[in-house]
Design a protein around this ligand. Structure first.
Ligand SMILES: CC(C)(COP(=O)(O)OP(=O)(O)OC[C@H]1O[C@@H](n2cnc3c(N)ncnc32)[C@H](O)[C@@H]1OP(=O)(O)O)[C@@H](O)C(=O)NCCC(=O)NCCS
Length: 194
């Protein structure tokens, strides 16, 4: 057998560490690994694997999309738990919430969390030069506004509020509100922002 190249050994070791990360065997919140341009094979997307692995990812995505647009909250909670996420009690999902289907096992939602219409939670990112996956934790009683976007690796503290359309890229402390810039209004006569 041909000896493995150092790059292949490195990728094999990264896959082992990534598996342990996804199984919750490390305390790390974020896993990163250098990659080339994400338009090239990265070694981390399940779609680059076998036909069945790729089909499973798309099937998970389609199933999540379908179920999260149905009016059965219990079914949403059940499906997420089946896919490996930890979801507490009295968690409510409005229609159209989107959960990254690649690694749903990285998501934890504590008791009493509300997620507004079409809120989105990313659990991985392919960037230029880096693959990143991160655990998202929504602590007890957090409120996620409609269309809010949560980046992978973010923790939302107990009772925190994410405003509608907030783009949340870092941790939100307990009880705080995260808000993105609102639309600015221009006076047509003066062309000034009011
Ligand atoms: C963030 C939020 C909780 C604030 O509510 P509030 O305390 O009543 O806030 P106010 O209306 O007094 O607004 C306070 C300031 O925040 C701004 N603001 C309010 N909501 C905002 C938003 N989503 N994005 C950006 N800025 C916002 C207001 O313009 C105001 O700024 P100003 O003082 O410079 O004019 C609320 O606006 C919100 O986004 N709720 C989420 C609703 C939702 O998505 N529900 C689920 C749907 S299914």
């Amino acid at each position: 057998m041909e000896p493995r190249s150092p790059a292949a050994n490195d990728l094999k070791d990264a896959h082992r560490r990534f598996r342990e990360f996804r199984l919750g065997k490390t305390e790390d919140r974020i896993f990163t690994h250098p990659i080339g341009h994400p338009s090239e094979p990265t070694g981390f997307c399940p779609c680059e694997g076998s036909f069945w692995k790729a089909t499973w990812v798309y099937a998970k995505g389609a199933l999540l999309r379908l179920v999260f647009n149905l009016p059965f909250n219990g079914l949403k909670v059940w499906l997420l738990r089946r896919l490996g996420a930890r979801v507490g009690s009295k968690v409510y999902f409005c229609a159209g919430v989107w959960i990254d289907p690649l690694f749903p096992e990285l998501l934890t939602i504590e008791d009493g969390v509300f997620l507004g219409t079409s809120a989105k939670m990313f659990l991985h990112e392919f960037g230029v030069g880096e693959f990143r996956a991160g655990k998202v934790l929504l602590r007890r009683g957090a409120f996620v506004g409609g269309l809010a976007v949560i980046r992978c690796g973010v923790e939302v503290g107990a009772g925190a509020v994410l405003a509608a359309c907030a783009v949340v890229a870092r941790d939100v402390p307990s009880g705080c509100t995260a808000i993105s810039p609102p639309a600015r209004i221009i006076n047509p006569a003066t062309k000034q922002i009011m």
